[in-house]
Design a protein around this ligand. Structure first.
Ligand code: TMO
Length: 314
C-alpha cells in the first residue's frame, strides 16, 4: 500500500512538473507571422516579431493571402494574425472559427471602418454637393466630375485590391442602383490608392477611393461616405441584399489553437497586445508619408514606444 501511495505521488509530482515546464518554456519553433498588403499590418508584423524576439522566441514572416490566411492559421501553417479587420475579413475569420483550430485572441482598443470616401477638397471644390450622404451619388452632375479617361463615361470609384473583400462594392452599387452612373475599378495595390489622390487633385477631377481607419489619412481631412447602415447579414456574402455600408468594426487578434500550448509565454504576451487608433495610424504614416521601410518603421516604433510594449512582456 505504502509503495502504491509513493508511486501515485511520484506520478502526481511528475504530472505537475510536466505542466510546470509546459507553462514556463516556449518551443524553439519559429512563430510564423503573416504579412499582407497594407502598411500598418506589415509594420506591426515586424513590431510583434521584435517583441517576440526580445522574449527569446524565433519568428518567421510569410507573405499571405488576406482571406486564405485564416484557414492557414487553423491548419497551423501560420501561427497568428494581429490585424483581423471585421469589414473585410470578418466573414473568412468567422468561417474558420466555426471549423475549429483557430482561437479569437481578443480585440485591439482601436475600432475600425473600411469604406469608400473622399479627400475633403472634393466637397470644398463643389464637385459633389450633398456628400457625405450616399444619395448625392445619384446625381449625374456629381458623377460627371469623377469621369476618367478609362471609366467609360461613368464616374470612377477606385476600390482596393480585390482580395480585400471581393465584389462587395460592385454588388453595393448594383443593389443601390448606382451602376448606371458609376463604375468600380480595382486598384492593384494600396499605394495606387494614395497615388490616385495626388493624380485627381492635379487633374482637377473628383475622386472616391476605398480607405480605412485607423490609417495615416486620419489626420489628413478624409471623409467616409455615409451609406445605409450596416446590419449583421446585410451583405450578399452573408445572404443579404447588399444595400448597406460597412460595420463599425472590430480589429481582432487570432492564433492557431496549439500556440498557447507550444509557446505559452509568447501567447500570453500576444493576448495583452492592444493597439490604439493613433498607434496604428502612426505606423502607417512612417511608411506611407515618411517613406521608411516597414522594418525600419518597426524598429523606430519599438524604440519610441517601450513604455507601451514592455509591460505586455511581463
Ligand atoms: C484590410 N484593410 C485595412 C486594407 O481594409
Amino acid at each position: 500500500m505504502k509503495q502504491i501511495i509513493s508511486l501515485l505521488s511520484a506520478l502526481v509530482i511528475s504530472a505537475v512538473s510536466f505542466v510546470g515546464i509546459a507553462n514556463s518554456a516556449d518551443s524553439k519553433k519559429p512563430i510564423i507571422i503573416p504579412t499582407h498588403n497594407w502598411s500598418s499590418q506589415v509594420v506591426s508584423a515586424y513590431v510583434l516579431g521584435g517583441i517576440f524576439e526580445s522574449m527569446g522566441n524565433t519568428v518567421k514572416y510569410v507573405p499571405a493571402d488576406t482571406q486564405a490566411v485564416y484557414e492557414s492559421i487553423r491548419l497551423g501553417d501560420v501561427t497568428i494574425s494581429h490585424e483581423v479587420w471585421e469589414g473585410t475579413f470578418g466573414h473568412s475569420f468567422s468561417t474558420a472559427l466555426e471549423k475549429g483550430g483557430i482561437l479569437d485572441w481578443g480585440d485591439h482598443e482601436a475600432r475600425t471602418l473600411e469604406d469608400l470616401g473622399y479627400p475633403n477638397w472634393v466637397v470644398e471644390k463643389g464637385l459633389c454637393p450633398g456628400l457625405p450622404d450616399w444619395t448625392a451619388l445619384k446625381n449625374p452632375d456629381c458623377a460627371k466630375n469623377f469621369v476618367t479617361p478609362d471609366s467609360g463615361g461613368k464616374g470612377q470609384i477606385l476600390e482596393g485590391p480585390q482580395n480585400w473583400h471581393g465584389d462587395l462594392m460592385p454588388q453595393r452599387f448594383e443593389a443601390l442602383e448606382l451602376s448606371d452612373l458609376w463604375t468600380v475599378k480595382f486598384a492593384g495595390t494600396a499605394e495606387a490608392l494614395w497615388a490616385e489622390l495626388v493624380a485627381a487633385e492635379k487633374e482637377g477631377r473628383g475622386t472616391i477611393i476605398f480607405n480605412w481607419t485607423p490609417n495615416f489619412t486620419d489626420a489628413d481631412g478624409f471623409t467616409f461616405i455615409e451609406w445605409p447602415p450596416y446590419t449583421p447579414g446585410c451583405r450578399p456574402a452573408d445572404g443579404g441584399d447588399g444595400k448597406c455600408g460597412s460595420p463599425d468594426g472590430y480589429l481582432k487578434k487570432a492564433v492557431n489553437a496549439e500556440f498557447p500550448k507550444t509557446h505559452p509565454k509568447a501567447a500570453a504576451m500576444f493576448k495583452q497586445v492592444s493597439f490604439t487608433t493613433a498607434q496604428i495610424g502612426a505606423m502607417a504614416k512612417l511608411v506611407d508619408i515618411g517613406k521608411m521601410t516597414h522594418q525600419d518603421a518597426a524598429k523606430k516604433w519599438l524604440a519610441d514606444n517601450k513604455n507601451v510594449w514592455e509591460p505586455w512582456t511581463k
